[in-house]
Design a binder for this molecule. Sequence first.
Ligand SMILES: Nc1ncnc2c1ncn2[C@@H]1O[C@H](COP(=O)(O)OP(=O)(O)O)[C@@H](O)[C@H]1O
Ligand SMILES: [Mg+2]
Length: 294
Amino acid sequence: MKKFLEVYDLAKKYPVKGEKNKYITIFENVTFSMQKGEFVCIIGHSGCGKSTILNNLAGLDAPTSGNIIMDNKNVKKPSLERGVIFQNHSLLPWLSVLKNIKMAIACKFKDLDKEGIEKRALHFLEMVELTDAVNKLPHELSGGMKQRVGIARAFALSPELLLMDEPFGALDALTRGKIQDKLVEICDKTKQTIFMITHDIDEAILLADRILLMSNGPEARVVESVEINIPKPRNRAEIVKHQNYYRIRNYLVDFLVNKSSKIAKDIQNKNIDDSRMPYTISFPNDENTEKLAI
Ligand SMILES: Nc1ncnc2c1ncn2[C@@H]1O[C@H](COP(=O)(O)OP(=O)(O)O)[C@@H](O)[C@H]1O
Ligand SMILES: [Mg+2]
């Protein structure tokens, strides 16, 4: 299949304060690609550079070296084709929920008339079950509702690529669960291409086609790309029964607890060949196990 997004040899370095010509490498040799319609999550310990990679993809921040190519074009600056959802919603506080979304739609779809804009805004607000809150101001909403408005706004713009930086990190577990379920539903309908940072392994397995795993910083790498071979759309109560669920979950936990720091040490000691990273890890469905289970 044709690659939609290609990231080659990305590196980010910062000058060390007070030391001339000395740099700290946050990450380097980061190479991966995404297909249209894919949902890719990235997981790694705090400080390894996930947000920096996402900001590079958004065009909000430039890498020190390397290339990002989306739809055969170099990513150099922000564009409405790349939507971003951060942890804290970024709604305009003086505009109602509906007006927040209408304004965004009007910026992107210049040919739509007033009616068309309103119809599109209401369609996406309905999708996140916020029809009753359309005239409220952001401060009148709960954290979960605000984040749902953010999601509605991002999907209403149908960007070529949607980037999400720990979008549900600030929400309580119950609200987070509900929004994740909504996201499963919306992604199933829209087939939106998504790159998402999360620290929640279960969230990543519920949502992603693939999970990129990073080693610890500094000098972090995208080490592995784990394929989530569980049919979509997924349901949190059902996926845990899938034969691959705990295999994948245990694998991810082991990577984060043991492997990510060991690889970081090996990289610092130049004890590892990173030229073929990320390695693809897949968990094929084992027919015999399935037969046994029946
Ligand atoms: N302006 C800066 N100067 C130096 N180091 C920075 C700067 N901005 C970010 N960093 C460092 O880059 C690293 C990666 O940050 P970030 O991308 O936010 O990590 P993550 O999202 O994985 O937690 C962190 O260790 C952070 O301290
Ligand atoms: Mg971050």
